[in-house]
Write a protein that binds this ligand. Structure first.
Ligand code: SIN
Length: 295
């Protein structure tokens, strides 16, 4: 994709969208999120988000409340089931961090270590998520995004026919025990938490509710089975889909810089946290905007 700035009307030349030389993503130039965002600028950001799927706002110095307020302009916010990792002052913010204070984790330390789309295990998965960098490691800590529109468009014919009308189950609990074994700090879930994340069924190929584009909608983290297929067939088909959906040519790798705010579209993308050395501190604040029931 061209790195040339997209043309904007003269009245809005302070704000520019610069597409990355990558399968997705763009940088937003000339916007300070600590200042009110006008309706006109908001409309431009909304369009750019639909076109590029990831927007990167560099060097943003905003309080959690400002992140919450900006996120709310795109829709209702969702609260993560692990209430333990809410920011006490702003419960809509989920702390993503490997830091421990007084022996206790301050955030979800292994969030995103498998490819996923946020909250796909809910009836109404997330429209999009915003992540604002607070502390970054010197090494690693990147986030990878894979374009699921392209993954669908380039799916081999035999897979296309196998999944075009298929439904799949998504479950938050599927990998929980496994994650808990690797990360003993992960809390046991209460019955109320388990009830909040009962498995749901979604189409394997969803239609983006705003652009009408189709996208693959399965992930290694949350998708457990293809409905109606014998276990072994379902497992084999999902394995092929997972491999295909994260091919290198669909991926943009975000290398975090201090002050970065990244806003992505969970209806178009999968994402993955690449991880960093365990002795390096990483902390980001996430807000999650509710989307529609996938169709
Ligand atoms: C997430 O999956 O939301 C977290 C991604 C990251 O920490 O890079």
């Amino acid at each position: 994709m061209s790195a040339v700035l997209q043309a904007l009307p003269a009245s809005r030349q302070h704000l520019a969208i610069k597409p990355f030389d990558a399968p997705l993503g763009a940088e937003v130039l000339g916007l300070d999120l600590s200042q009110p965002v006008s309706e006109q600028d908001f409309a431009l950001l909304h369009r750019a988000h639909l076109d590029h799927h990831v927007l990167v706002f560099r060097d943003q110095h905003i309080a959690p409340r400002e992140q919450v307020d900006f996120s709310r302009r795109f829709g209702r916010l969702q609260i993560h089931v692990l209430r333990q990792f809410q920011l006490p002052s702003d419960p809509e913010v989920l702390v993503i961090s490997n830091i421990r204070e007084n022996g206790q984790p301050i955030g979800l330390g292994d969030a995103g270590h498998f490819w996923h789309s946020d909250l796909s295990y809910k009836e109404t998965p997330s429209l999009g998520s915003m992540l604002h960098a607070q502390e970054l490691p010197e090494e690693g800590g990147d986030t990878l995004f894979a374009n699921q529109h392209t993954a669908w468009e380039q799916l081999p014919d035999y897979l296309w026919r196998a999944v075009e009308h298929a439904q799949a189950e998504h479950s938050y609990l599927a990998r929980y025990a496994d994650l808990q074994k690797r990360n003993p700090w992960r809390p046991d879930l209460t019955q109320a938490q388990i009830d909040e994340v009962r498995p749901v069924v979604h189409p394997v190929v969803r239609t983006h509710p705003e652009t009408g584009r189709k996208a693959l909608f399965v992930s290694e983290h949350f998708t457990t089975r293809i409905v109606g297929l014998p276990e072994s067939e379902s497992r084999a088909l999902l394995k092929e889909l997972f491999e295909h959906s994260t091919r290198p040519e669909y991926i943009y790798r975000h290398r975090w810089q201090p002050g970065d705010m990244v806003f992505w579209d969970n209806r178009s993308l999968l994402h993955l946290a690449a991880g960093c050395p365990i002795d390096q501190r990483r902390k980001l604040y996430r807000t999650t905007i509710e989307g529609d029931v996938p169709f």
